[in-house]
Every structure is written in structure tokens, then in C-alpha cells.
Design a protein around this ligand. Structure first.
Ligand code: FES
Ligand code: FES
Length: 171
């Protein structure tokens, strides 16, 4: 049996007919051609395939494409805007948060999801959030520094942003 799915990926809406066994990672890579999401294991351990589905970091090799039906997916390809890297990407650049780079897309997406829900994480919180992402090169120190760099950068730009319109009273 085949299913019709509609998914918004990186702000663009897609409709496809897929087999129920198709994994989200294969949908992204093989159907949409978004190969920034990597496959690093067969055991749901490495986190190289991490994307943000409906605001939460998920391992896309553990999710069926049909489970994303009606949902919103952000992949590493959707982070840069107007030719400018997202602060998390820039942080990995500034702090040399990669060695071979294979795990980097998953690390970046897990870090992005962390900073969306906790803009000022402690080092322990960063390490905890990245526990599901394995770097076989084992250089975690610079990855943690990259996330700290991004957190500082995002806090600075948030405080520099002009306040638009009257603030709504909290109910
Ligand atoms: S490819 Fe998904 S966890 Fe390794
Ligand atoms: S940088 Fe090589 S696996 Fe992470």
C-alpha cells in the first residue's frame, strides 16, 4: 500500500506518494536530494541523521516518512539565510567544532534544537543534549565551545534587535 504525504521541508511544501516503510532520512536524501543529512549507522546510535521535526530534534533514521505527514522539517540545508550561516554553523566554523565533519550536520541540528528551547545552556546541558550524537573523531571540546559561541552570538543579536510594536500583556 502507498500513502500520500505532504511535508514542509526547509520552508518548502512537498507532496509525494511513498511506501509506509520509507524512512524519513531516505525520503530527505533520496526523494528530495537533501544529502546534508547523513547516515552513519544502522543502529540509531550515531545521530548523524538528526533533523528538526515539528520543533524537536529527531534521528531521521528512526522515523518513517509517513510520520512526518502534515509536519515541518528543518534540515542543515535550511539553516543559512540570505547566504549567511546560522550562528550555530558559524560557531562550528569559529571554534573548529569538527574534524572529519561527517557527524557535523547532526551535531548542528541537535545544537540548534537545544538553543531554541534553552538559549543559555550550561556546559553540562550542552553535553547532555549532544549525548545522542557520536563523533568518531572524539573531539567534543570544540563542539561544546561552538555551541557556547552560538549561544553568545544569538543572545547578542536578540538584545540588539529593535522591539517592534506594543508588547502584548501576558494572560
Ligand atoms: S544514521 Fe541515524 S542514528 Fe545513525
Ligand atoms: S568530526 Fe568526524 S565524526 Fe565527527
Amino acid at each position: 500500500m502507498l500513502y500520500n504525504i505532504q511535508v514542509t521541508v526547509n520552508g518548502k511544501s512537498y507532496a509525494h506518494t511513498v511506501e509506509p516503510r520509507l524512512l524519513l532520512v531516505h525520503y530527505l536524501r533520496d526523494v528530495l536530494g537533501l544529502t546534508g543529512t547523513h547516515i552513519g549507522c544502522d543502529t540509531s546510535q550515531c545521530g548523524a541523521c538528526t533533523v528538526v521535526l515539528n520543533g524537536k530534534a529527531v534521528k531521521s533514521c528512526t522515523v518513517f516518512a509517513v510520520q512526518a505527514d502534515g509536519g515541518t522539517v528543518l534540515t542543515v540545508e535550511g539553516l543559512a539565510k540570505d547566504g549567511k550561516l546560522h550562528p550555530v554553523q558559524q560557531g562550528f566554523w569559529e571554534e573548529h567544532g569538527l574534524q572529519c565533519g561527517f557527524c557535523t550536520p547532526g551535531m548542528i541540528m541537535a545544537s540548534y534544537a537545544l538553543l531554541e528551547r534553552n538559549p543559555n545552556p550550561t556546559e553540562a546541558e550542552i553535553r547532555h543534549a549532544l549525548e545522542g550524537n557520536l563523533c568518531r573523531c572524539t573531539g567534543y571540546q570544540n563542539i561544546v565551545r561552538a555551541v557556547q559561541w552560538a549561544a553568545r552570538q544569538m543572545a547578542e543579536s536578540a538584545s540588539a534587535a529593535p522591539v517592534r510594536g506594543p508588547r502584548r500583556r501576558a494572560r
